[in-house]
Structures are given as structure tokens and as C-alpha cells.
Design a protein around this ligand. Structure first.
Ligand code: FAD
Ligand code: DHB
Length: 402
């Protein structure tokens, strides 16, 4: 069975769903194919920190209403080490920018509801098997649904199918360059049915390992601890997780509230970049093209930035026939991607306990923490990256590096 659309979007994560919404807003057609069920993608617990630019784009496509009602605006973070907390007043340091705490799960639910309301196709349990004819302007996605094979013909394919998808692998090996780094640790995350013990996120460095106190609402906490890269979740009873959280987040006069654990999982940490992000009529976006360790809270935000730039390029292409935006897509994204790669690496190495580190390395780490907590310039650099650099084309060139 065969069908045609302007843009075939592979994957209904935040990248694919948002791209569909951006295109629809400009009267462009797309079909979104998702391998999993609606229930599955709406239940997957992942990111929680939205940059100001991400918040703005979600509002612009008309899915900001519940986020603005239920999300929590944070204007700072705490860095905790040696039992003391140090506040980084991000808004003060960035001319009033802030982040929003709102779960990726909720964004996915809002975008799915929006898509279904528009009546544009969003197909669950459709597994893309190949993307083909990429050197032409008539590429095709072949996918299977319930044991039947289908073809989706289009002008453009958006590969929004995450790290384990099929799209990146369709770029010939002699064209695709990959940069990768594995870290000697992973994150164990829990969602707990208890109000947060803090007003803003706490990132803690501790000799037993990193810990992070985040939240999803004023009633639900999200907490993470550094664990071994090959650790088994079966080794971690709820009580063992809480004990480690108490130890690593400890601070004089501060208490951590415990509550029932609603979800518990381990995520490996890696850095990964694939270049270029475009091959012929295939455009990669989000985790399909890059992965960052989660410490800088950048993965979801990068996915949103990619599809915002891709959306602009596609509107221009289908509107006026100019492919200028599409031509610069890969380079424009990758500038931002590498900035996020560096920031995520910086936050990760500053805050984790690296079993391979020597005493010299540990002293450097401590010096970096001291510097960020005592120098306004160092804190402002962290804050500027954390709240997110502006998305617009003009500001990408504002410092003359574009
Ligand atoms: P995905 O969300 O992975 O979506 C890809 C979709 O494609 C999936 O639904 C998948 O089922 C589908 N798919 C795959 N293959 C196929 C196929 N062959 N055919 C059809 N469909 C297919 N980022 C942040 O910015 N801030 C944070 O605070 C943060 N915290 C995180 C915490 C954790 C524990 C984890 C795991 C991640 C975190 N991230 C964070 C990263 C963030 O979740 C990802 O970067 C984000 O999900 C990327 O979105 P995406 O749409 O590119 O990919
Ligand atoms: C969360 C995840 C992150 O990676 C981070 O840096 C901060 C918060 C979260 O899931 O809430």
C-alpha cells in the first residue's frame, strides 16, 4: 500500500511531534510514523527542564496552555558540595531568563492531543524499516504495521527516530562522521510521590557519587544518583536509593522527604554526535543525531532547537522554493549541538565522582566548583548555557562566529 505526503516524519518523540505541529501551523502536510503505542510514549519518564526558548516554541505552536498552568518556573539552581549549598541565580545572571520544570511526558501528551485535534495523520505501531531514494526529491519510507508492509512517498524525510532508530544508518558510512564518548557511570532515577524538599533543583557533588534533586510538580519529586555503568536495577531497593540520596544530598539543617517510589530506572551516560545532520532529502533531528549526558539538561532542548530550525527551512522551501534554510540546517544545528556537548561534559565532569580520576583530578574538580560558586563571570557562563542560548538566526551570528 502506498501513500504520499510532503514531509514523512519518523518517530513521535518530542522532535517528531513538534515538527509536525510547526509544519501544520504553516499549512504543510506531514505524516508521523511511530513504532510504539500511544500509551507507551505517553508513559515514558524522561526529561524535565525546559529552556526559555523551548517554552517559547511550545507556546507558539499552541501547546503551552497546560505547561503555563502546571509548570514551575525556576530562576536558579543550587550546587551542593562539602555539605554546603551555593545558589546560582540564573535569571539575575542572564538578564531575566529562566527555565520551566515540566515533564517531557506531559509535553508528549500535549503534542499528541494537539496533533489528533488537527486531524493530521499520526500512526502508532508503525515501524519504519528503511528510508530510501535519499538522493532524489521523491524519497520513500517503507514501514510495517500489523504485519503489512506500506510505503510512504514524500519530498522530505525527517529522521526523528531517536538514538536507536533506522534513519541515521541510511547515511552512507563514508559520508557520516561520528564522535562518541562513554562515561564510567550511569544515572539511577526515581519518581517519588512526595513534595520536593527544595524550591529549586539541587546538583550535588559527593565522594560517593553525584546526586540530583529535581521535581515534576509541588507533589512529585524526581531524584537521581550516579551508579556504576553496568549496574542492575535489582541491586537497588527503594531504601538503598533513599539512603544514598540522604548521604549525598546531606546539608546542615536540611532534610530530604521520602515517599513511595512510583518509577525507578537506570540510564547509561554517553556523548555522541553524527555529522552531517542532512543527507539529500533526509534530515536528522534530536537524539537520532546526537546524545548528551543528562547533567546539563540539554537533550530534549536540543531536539526542540533542531526541529525549530528544520521547520523554518521547510516552510521557506515549500513556500518560496528557496532551499537556503535547508542548506544551512546541518551547520546551524551542529554549532548549537557542540556548545551543548561541551556544557554537558563540563557539568558532568564537575559534578560526578570518576573512579578513574586521581587525586590531581579531584583537586581540579574542586577548584572548578569553587570558581563557579565564587566568581560572577564563571557563574554567569554556567547560567547562560543552562537557560539556553537564543535560537534565532540573527543571534547565532551576533558574536561574529556564525
Ligand atoms: P525520542 O524521544 O527518543 O523519540 C524517538 C521516537 O522514535 C520514539 O518514540 C521511538 O519509539 C521512535 N522510533 C524509533 N525507531 C523507530 C522506527 N524505526 N520507526 C518508527 N518510530 C521509531 N533532556 C533534557 O533536555 N532535559 C532533561 O532534563 C533530560 N533528562 C533526561 C533524563 C533521562 C532519564 C533521559 C533518559 C533523558 C533525558 N533527557 C533530557 C534527554 C531527552 O529525553 C531526549 O533527548 C529526548 O527524548 C529526545 O527526543 P527525540 O524526539 O529526539 O527522541
Ligand atoms: C532532570 C533531568 C536532568 O538531566 C537534569 O539535569 C535536571 C533535571 C529531570 O528529569 O527533572
Amino acid at each position: 500500500m502506498s501513500e504520499r505526503t510532503q514531509v514523512a516524519i519518523v518517530g513521535a518523540g518530542p522532535a517528531g511531534l513538534l515538527l509536525g505541529a510547526l509544519l501544520h501551523r504553516h499549512g504543510l502536510e506531514s505524516v508521523i510514523l511511530e513504532a510504539r503505542s500511544r500509551e507507551y510514549i505517553e508513559a515514558r519518564i524522561r526529561a524535565g527542564v525546559l529552556e526559555q526558548g523551548t517554552v517559547d516554541v511550545l507556546r507558539e505552536v499552541g501547546v503551552g496552555e497546560r505547561m503555563d498552568r502546571e509548570g514551575l518556573v525556576h530562576s536558579g539552581i543550587y550546587l551542593r558540595f562539602d555539605g554546603s549549598s551555593h545558589h546560582i541565580p540564573m535569571s539575575e545572571l542572564t538578564g531575566g531568563r529562566s527555565v520551566m520544570i515540566y515533564g517531557q511526558t506531559e509535553i508528549v501528551k500535549d503534542l499528541v492531543a494537539h496533533r489528533l485535534q488537527t486531524g493530521m495523520p499520526l500512526r502508532f505501531e508503525c515501524h519504519a524499516v528503511t528510508v530510501d531514494r535519499l538522493s532524489s526529491d521523491q524519497p520513500v519510507v517503507r514501514y510495517s504495521q500489523g504485519g503489512t508492509d506500506h510505503e510512504l512517498e514524500c519530498n522530505i524525510i525527517a529522521g526523528c527516530d531517536g538514538f536507536h532508530g533506522v534513519c541515521r544508518g541510511a547515511i552512507p558510512a563514508d559520508v557520516l562522521h561520528v564522535w562518541e564518548r562513554e562515561y564510567p557511570f550511569a544515572w539511577l532515577g526515581i519518581l517519588a510521590d512526595v513534595g520536593p524538599s527544595t524550591d529549586e533543583l539541587i546538583y550535588a557533588q559527593h565522594e560517593q557519587g553525584f546526586a540530583l534533586h529535581s521535581m515534576r510538580s509541588l507533589k512529585v519529586s524526581r531524584l537521581y544518583i550516579q551508579v556504576e555503568p553496568d549496574d542492575d536495577i535489582a541491586n537497588w531497593s527503594d531504601q538503598r536509593v533513599w539512603d544514598q540520596l540522604h548521604a549525598r544530598l546531606a546539608s546542615e539543617g536540611w532534610e530530604l522527604n521520602e515517599g513511595p517510589v512510583l518509577e525507578k530506572s537506570i540510564t547509561p551516560m554517553r556523548s555522541f554526535v553524527a555529522e552531517p545532520m542532512r543527507y539529500g532529502s533526509l534530515f536528522l533531528a534530536g537524539d537520532a543525531a546526537h546524545i548528551v549526558p543528562p547533567t546539563g539538561a540539554k537533550g530534549l532542548n536540543l531536539a526542540v532547537a533542531d526541529v525549530t530550525m528544520l521547520g523554518e527551512g521547510l516552510v521557506e522551501y515549500f513556500g518560496s522554493g528557496s532551499d537556503a534554510g535547508l542548506q544551512e540546517y546541518s551547520d546551524r544545528c551542529l554549532r548549537r549541538v557542540w556548545r551543548a556537548q561541551h556544557f554537558s561534559w563540563f557539568m558532568t565532569t564537575m559534578l560526578h565522582t570518576n573512579p578513574r580520576d586521581d587525586d590531581y583530578g579531584r583537586r581540579l574538580q574542586r577548584s572548578q566548583l569553587d570558581y563557579v560558586c565564587s566568581s560572577q563571570a564563571a557563574a554567569a557562563s554556567l547560567a547562560e548555557n543552562y537557560v539556553g542560548l537564543p535560537l534565532t538566526r540573527a543571534s547565532a551570528t551576533a558574536l561574529g562566529n556564525g
